[in-house]
Each structure stands twice: as structure tokens, then as C-alpha cells.
Design a protein around this ligand. Structure first.
Ligand SMILES: Nc1ncnc2c1ncn2[C@@H]1O[C@H](COP(=O)(O)OP(=O)(O)O)[C@@H](O)[C@H]1O
Ligand SMILES: [Mg+2]
Length: 410
């Protein structure tokens, strides 16, 4: 029966979609980076939440391995940013996953100038080994980490590997902290720049929100030249349609989306991958149930929109203050609200739509609080964007009946 079919769609952070649509150009860019023998450029993969960074990075892994690279890395949590030591431990932990397959005998250990070579048994190059090498090395964290990485390359280079990709997702979590005199982000950049200059093919692949690249450049101006920035956006119309139709066709599902339904879903999703998965999952579930009942349900736009609002947007909206909401509402009136906008544009618009308009210093202030809350981000050119895709539509829906009057009083 139709109800036995499992829903193929996968809305959820980091969940591999049933069909990964588009991204051919981004993959080609990554392949070009992989073809470097001397690393001049590293990868920054960036874009709004839900645009598909994590799953794309995940598909780069087998690709790199097939090209002869090793791949290490994880998600960067804020804890990694607490200290330089934590960053070093993170990198060595990740490295150990591949180096522990290698063993050194006493002679080799003496050769790399490490260990007293008291035990003749061969020793795995595991985390313990790397960590004690790190500890025994004189100097700052940067020097110690460089020494460990250089050693690892002497080990790996004999095996015919092209190099190692260090892939870190959620890399916007990395920060320097001048107050605590801890600079893990700068250490990471310094270490990789230095070893890459020495010809060691260790490549960084950092993925994260649009704040990532400005952060890197703020920490070290040379980061500007060190990274190739690949920005993910919403899918093109035809890729979006493929993301909707292919999973259903591949699953040989008893139902299929009509051209009209596909068009509606594409429109509702704005081409954003997370929304495509979310809407398709809802529609599919609904259709599977009604399929048994034998009618043709069409797309329940109102219900799906409401579900998306409660599941995705409402939590963020609930946390905003009245003044923040008013500002977002002003923004959502701008023609360019889904792209970049300036403080000046907000001020001008607020004069037109609010009883109590914003001054530019006030708007600036609120934008800063919205940025801290992860709803807005500021790019390197001083312009702003919504940090959440399709936010402007949501904001407009909130002020539907008489909301304008309410907002102007805020
Ligand atoms: N190219 C794509 N085609 C179809 N669905 C995608 C695509 N990229 C991502 N998705 C889906 O979008 C959602 C968000 O992906 P994710 O990689 O977690 O985004 P991000 O890391 O940018 O927040 C997931 O449900 C995923 O299955
Ligand atoms: Mg992600």
C-alpha cells in the first residue's frame, strides 16, 4: 500500500538530501583547489543557515579521498575557541584519527628527535604520541603545532598521499579573545600559512555563516589572499525543481508532483534547500495519506506556510524585542530586503512607514543587537542582510492585520 512508502525528504541540519541538486560549479571550484600541489588557496564555504554548507562539505570528502588526499576534521564548537591550547588539541585529535595507522620504531623516533627510544617496540602515531611531541616542543603554541604538523607530513609524504584536507564546519565559531590573551583563530591562520609556505600540502576547508570570512580577514589581513570564498545561494529554478521531483521519481513512489505543484513548492521555498526539504516532506506525508482516500489534494499553501512559521521562524521572532521587530518590519518593506541593505535605506523607509522613525544611530544600535542574536549580519562593506532566508516574508506575515499600527507604537 501507498502508506508503506517512506518519505524520502530530509529537512534537518546536516541531513544528506535524497538528491543533492545543483552545486556543480562549487564542486568544480573545490576540485581546482584539490589540484594544487603547492597550496596557495584554501576553501571558505559560506552561506546562510540551511543553504546546504554541511552536506556539500560532506560530499567533498569522498571526492578528496578519491583524488589521493586524506581528510580530517569536525564541527568547531565555541569550546575550541576558548584557548589556543584547545585549538591545538582539537587539531591533534582530528589528525590522530589518520596518523594512528602509522607506526614508528625506536630508530625512526630518534631520527625525528623525539622520545628517548628506550623501548624498541614500534609505536603508533596516536594522539598520545602527537600530544607529547607537542608538549616537548619549545616555544609558543604556534611553534609547537607547526612542529607536529611538519612531522606528520614527513610521515604521510612517504605514502604517496597528495596531502591532508583539514575540514572544519561551523568555523564562524572561531574567535580571538584579546582580553584573555588567547588567539586561536590567528594561531590557526599563522600555522597553516607558515607550513604551506614550506610546501606542505595541508589545506584548510572552513565552512560557516557569512560572518566567517570577514572574521578571518579581521584576524589576519593575509587571509584575504589565503582563501577562495565559495558562497552558496538558493538553487536555480531548474535545480530546485530537480530537488523536488528526483527523490519522488527515484523512490518509485506511487505519487508524483504535478508541474503545477512543483511550481508552487519552488515558489514557496524560494529555492532554499532547507525549505525545499521541509515543504516536500509535509506535502508528501499529506499526499500519501490522501492517496489512500483517493482524492487529489493539491498543495495546502496556507497550512504549510503556517507550519513553517511555527517550526522555523516563530522561535527567533519570539525572542526579539518590540523595537527589534519594528526595525525588521521596516527592512521587510525595502525592495532589496532579501539582498543587502544599508542603514540609510532603513532610516529613509522608517520615515515613510513608522510614526516614530529611526535615527541612524538608533538603527545602528538595534542592528548590532540583531546581529548578536543571529538574525542579521553585517558584511565587510558595512551593508546588512537578514541572516535567515525568507525572513522578510515571515515578518510581513506577522504584521498582516493592523500590525502596522501596533509596530508604530512600539
Ligand atoms: N543541494 C541540495 N539539494 C537538495 N537539498 C539540499 C541541498 N543542500 C542541502 N539540502 C538540504 O537542506 C537542508 C540544510 O542543509 P545543511 O547542509 O544542513 O545546511 P547548512 O549547513 O548550510 O545550514 C538539509 O535538510 C539538506 O538535506
Ligand atoms: Mg551546517
Amino acid at each position: 500500500m501507498a502508506t508503506n512508502f517512506t518519505n524520502p525528504f530530509k529537512p534537518g541540519a546536516g541531513h544528506m538530501p535524497p538528491y543533492l541538486a545543483g552545486r556543480g560549479e562549487e564542486e568544480a571550484q573545490f576540485r581546482r583547489l584539490l589540484s594544487q600541489t603547492e597550496i596557495l588557496e584554501n576553501l571558505v564555504l559560506t552561506g546562510l543557515r540551511g543553504v546546504g554548507k554541511t552536506v556539500l562539505l560532506e560530499t567533498f570528502k569522498p571526492l578528496a579521498i578519491k583524488e589521493g588526499w586524506l581528510w580530517v576534521g569536525t564541527d568547531l564548537s565555541e569550546a575550541v575557541s576558548v584557548s589556543e591550547q584547545n585549538l591545538a588539541l582539537r587539531i591533534m585529535t582530528d589528525l590522530a584519527a589518520v596518523t594512528s595507522a602509522y607506526h614508528l620504531n625506536a630508530g625512526e623516533r630518534a631520527e625525528v628527535g623525539f622520545g628517548s627510544a628506550t623501548t624498541p617496540l614500534s609505536q603508533p602515531v596516536n594522539f598520545k604520541f602527537l600530544a607529547s611531541m607537542f608538549d616537548n616542543e619549545p616555544g609558543l603554541v604556534t611553534d609547537k603545532l607547526k612542529a607536529v604538523l611538519e612531522f606528520v607530513w614527513t610521515l604521510i609524504s612517504t605514502t604517496g598521499r597528495k596531502g591532508i584536507v583539514f575540514a572544519y564546519d561551523e568555523a564562524q565559531n572561531l574567535s580571538d579573545n584579546a582580553q584573555k590573551e588567547q588567539f586561536p583563530l590567528s594561531v590557526l591562520l599563522d600555522v597553516f600559512q607558515s607550513i604551506q609556505r614550506k610546501g606542505i600540502p595541508f589545506m584548510l576547508a572552513l565552512s560557516g555563516l557569512p560572518t566567517l570570512f570577514p572574521k578571518l580577514v579581521d584576524a589576519r589581513t593575509f587571509a584575504e589572499r589565503m582563501f577562495r570564498v565559495v558562497s552558496l545561494h538558493q538553487l536555480s529554478r531548474s535545480d530546485c525543481e530537480a530537488a523536488i521531483t528526483r527523490p519522488v521519481a527515484d523512490a518509485q513512489s506511487p505519487i508524483s508532483f504535478s508541474a503545477q505543484s512543483v511550481a508552487i513548492i519552488a515558489e514557496l521555498s524560494g529555492g532554499y534547500p532547507y525549505f525545499i526539504q521541509f515543504i516536500c516532506r509535509e506535502v508528501y506525508d499529506l499526499w500519501i495519506q490522501r492517496f489512500d482516500a483517493g482524492d487529489d489534494p493539491g498543495i495546502p499553501i496556507v497550512e504549510i506556510t503556517r507550519k513553517l512559521d511555527t517550526d522555523f521562524f516563530a522561535g527567533r521572532w519570539a525572542k526579539a524585542t518590540d523595537r527589534q521587530r519594528a526595525l525588521m518590519w521596516v527592512i521587510s518593506n525595502l525592495e532589496n530586503c532579501d539582498a543587502e541593505f544599508s542603514v540609510q535605506e532603513i532610516v529613509v523607509m522608517s520615515d515613510g512607514v513608522l510614526e516614530k522613525p529611526f535615527t541612524s544611530s538608533h538603527a545602528n544600535q538595534i542592528l548590532a543587537t540583531l546581529a548578536a542574536a543571529g538574525l542579521i549580519y553585517k558584511n565587510r562593506h558595512g551593508k546588512y542582510m537578514f541572516a535567515v532566508p525568507l525572513m522578510s516574508n515571515f515578518v510581513r506575515r506577522q504584521s498582516g492585520d493592523g500590525g502596522d499600527a501596533k509596530l508604530s507604537a512600539a
